[in-house]
Write a protein of this length. Structure first.
Length: 367
């Protein structure tokens, strides 16, 4: 059977991803065990004060920087970060009604637009005070305002960014995104006094990476029993990701306006298609609710299916966060250099402030 080229190719692929995938599963299981231990044995409470996702990230960082994993683990870890993460985010759609999606989106789009404009303006001002290359400033702006490393990697080819500029920008975004991911769920709960819409909008606009927003939303949900906050944060972030379609051509034009060169980007390469899967899961949930509400006998099975998919989403995201943690190289973060660090820090703070100001002022007149 392995003589079949297609079967052989699939076998080699599964063999390549298995070690890294198994490592991510192992760390997620250990994280759940630690979470249960903290809750039942140490704090003697129903729920641990430290979420499973947070433990998985920290364990991943610890494992990744202590142990020198062989190349055989890298493919599976990358696969988990990229595809298991997207699978988990798609499954988050099972939690939402279509009306909620439209409602959250209507609140999110004006906020996202204001945050993006604010970041672009502040970075333009900052590069005059802390001179860095225009390419580096574009990459940091994209990573901060849209979707972290994904936006940086998608933008780099159209502005001919150097590898060192890409690496610095990703390290910059990773550092401040991870800090925000760990701190902002608790800050949002305190600042917004448990209001789910406000907390979700804040998490969805002020944290850089899709993975980091999903993790922050899950931490918030696990610690403060607020699935709506996770839903709002996820919808906000996925809408934010679609702004790649507008901003990449814009930066390509800004960088090449004097050259008028045709650059190698396309809609297919820059659009986050897993957003469609997320919306599809929302539609699936709402159709199921309509169909099985009529057939009362099957309704309990439908609810069980929803619960199963929710658990699968949580497991997938926990695995992805473990993989993200493994991939964070603390030595590389040290080598960033001061100027990009300062620009990235101030840009991250500005996004958070703009989000807070918008939510505290304009949202009061809408809600």
């Amino acid at each position: 059977m392995l003589n079949n080229p297609l079967v052989l190719k699939k076998y080699k692929f599964l063999k390549a991803i298995l070690p890294g995938l198994a490592l991510a599963i192992l760390i997620s299981l250990i994280s759940q065990g630690i979470n249960d231990l903290l809750a039942l044995q140490i704090f003697e409470t129903k729920k641990s004060p430290i979420s499973t996702v947070l433990i998985a990230i920290l364990l991943g960082i610890l494992f990744g920087n202590i142990f020198n994993f062989k190349q055989s683990f890298t493919i599976g870890i990358d696969f988990t970060q990229k595809y298991i993460l997207k699978f988990g985010i798609i499954l988050l759609g099972i939690r939402l009604s279509f009306i909620d999606f439209l409602k959250f989106g209507s609140f999110a789009i004006p906020l996202i637009t204001i945050c993006i404009i604010g970041v672009l303006v502040i970075i333009k001002v900052l590069v005059k005070k802390f001179p860095i290359s225009s390419k580096m400033s574009y990459l940091i702006a994209m990573g901060t305002s849209v979707c972290g490393a994904t936006a940086i990697v998608a933008t780099a080819p159209v502005i001919n960014a150097k590898k060192i500029e890409i690496a610095y920008a990703i390290a910059n975004i990773t550092l401040f995104g991870v800090i925000a991911m760990l701190v902002y769920p608790y800050f949002a709960e305190w600042y917004f006094d448990g209001k789910s819409l406000e907390s979700g909008l804040f998490l969805g606009t002020s944290i850089h990476e899709t993975a980091q927003v999903a993790a922050a939303g899950l931490i918030y949900d696990q610690q403060f029993d607020s699935p709506e906050t996770l839903n709002v944060a996820t919808v906000t972030k996925l809408i934010r990701n679609t702004f790649l379609v507008i901003l990449i051509p814009f930066f390509a034009f800004m960088h090449n306006k004097s050259k008028l060169k045709q650059k190698n980007y396309s809609f297919k390469n820059i659009f986050p298609f897993f957003v469609i899967g997320f919306v599809g899961m929302i539609i699936f949930r709402n159709l199921g609710d309509q169909i099985f509400s009529i057939e009362k006998g099957n309704y309990t099975h439908w609810i069980s299916t929803i619960d199963y998919l929710k658990i699968l989403s949580t497991i997938s995201l926990t695995m992805a966060m473990a993989a993200v943690g493994i991939s964070i190289n603390l030595v590389e973060l040290k080598l960033m250099g001061l100027k990009p660090f300062v620009v990235g820090l101030i840009a991250a703070i500005v996004v958070g402030i703009i989000s807070l100001v918008y939510i505290e002022t304009l949202l009061k007149f809408i809600v």
